[in-house]
Design a protein around this ligand. Structure first.
Ligand code: GLU
Length: 428
């Protein structure tokens, strides 16, 4: 892997861009984020002292529209990670053809160590620090790792207090009562599920004979596991940051979820609670989960979990990336040589930002969509994007990741080159 996760993201973009005939002007433009804000978020802690948390917001590229992307609260957040995540948002919005560029924000904090009131003060302080940088027609945040609808509601409220107007379109992923969209809660998992349904059609998969392992049981991982299990897929393993569970006959995902809600970690399932009493599970580590002999592996936690160190051990036939950046760029070739079909993050997890777009549209028009409309539109967007990439896979012999990047880079190139190319300015 390159020096930083951002360098690594640029390395992959450059490799695929050059291979698919993208101009150096475009690759250069996408290698340089438009703007980066670094603040120290000032929060009065419950014991009275003031703590300063490093906070970031990167607006990567706004050629196709205002920038869009989540805000994460995690101890590992740093400038390079935020920039990589923002670059992936630019590509993601282009893959599903949304009128947005990419952005990402984050605070370096362990949110589980904060009290509820400290968490609210941190969320509001972040918006106070960023209020001039974001806006419904400039840059629109959303949830990401360890942020949720409640936090988006606080952030919207703080922004509205500052601007003194109702402005729900400044942020998406809000509670429904405050202008959120129906169907946003499970949209990331549903988007990945829709990709797998397209694969099912294309490769004639039989759900009952197809095994699945999911690393990460947050918003994305839980919903994709639930939807696949409802369709008869055998979800044999799931994990969270504490560890994982395995059951060869398949897990009852809804009970696992209930247990996790009660005990806050999957490990608790082994030792008490009804699921543990009635069914047998084996425990396994997050690393072991990645190398299970399953048909579909879904990394749905953090970036850089599959590297040159463990890529050779991956046995799955399909790798569906719900996490952003779970595979380092130098591991791509290993997975390709092994014939593993990778549905990349910028397509597989694009359901979240797609329904965020629907939320923004509803807020701006003042007209609410019902859940069926949200789901129908999401289905259309995801299957169009999947099939566009699949056409390049079938007709141009690209692998799936390269094909998805090619779809995004074509749209971005049209936007960037509409302002002129070196040939034009040289009179060529
Ligand atoms: N954080 C999500 C992502 O990485 C959602 C972004 C959004 O809804 O704007 O795609």
């Amino acid at each position: 892997m390159s020096d930083s996760v951002f360098d690594d993201a640029v390395a992959r973009l450059t490799r695929i861009g050059e291979m698919t005939g993208c101009s150096s002007q475009v690759i250069n433009a996408l290698s340089h984020p438009n703007a980066m804000m670094h603040v120290n978020v000032e929060v009065r802690m419950d014991d009275g002292h003031i703590h300063y948390f490093p906070g970031y917001r990167c607006q990567h590229n706004h050629v196709l529209g205002p920038t869009k992307g989540g805000i994460r609260f995690h101890p590992d957040v740093d400038a390079a990670e935020v920039q990589a995540l923002a670059l992936w948002m630019t590509l993601k919005c282009a893959v599903v053809n949304l009128p947005f560029g990419g952005a990402k924000g984050g605070v370096s904090v362990d949110p589980k160590a904060l009290s509820p009131m400290e968490l609210e003060r941190l969320s509001r302080a972040y918006v106070r620090a960023m209020a001039d940088f974001i806006g419904p027609e400039r840059d629109i945040p959303a949830p990401d790792v360890y942020t949720n609808a409640l936090i988006m509601g606080w952030m919207m409220d703080e922004y509205e207090k500052i601007t003194r107007v109702k402005n729900p379109a400044v942020i998406t992923g809000k509670p429904i009562a405050l202008g959120g969209s129906l169907g946003r809660d499970d949209a990331t998992g549903r988007g990945a599920y829709l990709c797998i349904k397209e694969l099912q059609k294309r490769d004639c998969l039989t759900p009952e004979e197809t095994t699945v392992a999911v690393q990460g049981f947050g918003n994305g991982g839980y919903h994709v596991a639930r939807l696949l299990a409802e369709d008869g897929y055998k979800v044999v393993a799931v994990s969270d940051s504490q560890g994982g569970i395995y059951r060869s006959e398949g897990l009852d995902i809804k009970s696992v979820y209930q247990q996790k809600q009660e005990h806050k970690e999957l490990k608790a399932i082994y030792c008490d609670g009804s699921v543990c009493e009635t069914r047998e599970h084996d425990t396994l580590s997050n690393d072991e989960l990645l190398t299970l002999d399953v048909d579909i592996l879904i990394p749905a936690a953090l970036d850089s979990v599959i590297t040159t160190d463990n890529a050779n051990g991956i046995k799955a036939r399909y790798l569906v990336e719900i996490a952003n950046g779970p595979v380092t760029s130098d591991a791509d070739a290993i997975l390709k040589d092994k014939g593993i079909i990778v549905i990349p993050d910028i397509l597989a997890n694009a359901g979240g930002v797609t329904v965020s777009y629907f939320e923004w549209v509803q807020n701006r028009t003042g007209y609410r969509w019902d859940k069926d409309k949200v789901r129908d539109e999401l289905h259309t967007v995801m299957s169009n994007a999947f099939n566009q990439a699949n056409e390049l896979v079938q007709n141009k012999g690209l692998d799936f990741r390269d094909a998805v990047y090619a779809v995004a880079l074509t749209r971005l190139s049209e936007g960037i080159e509409a302002h002129g190319t070196p040939d034009y300015f040289n009179g060529g």
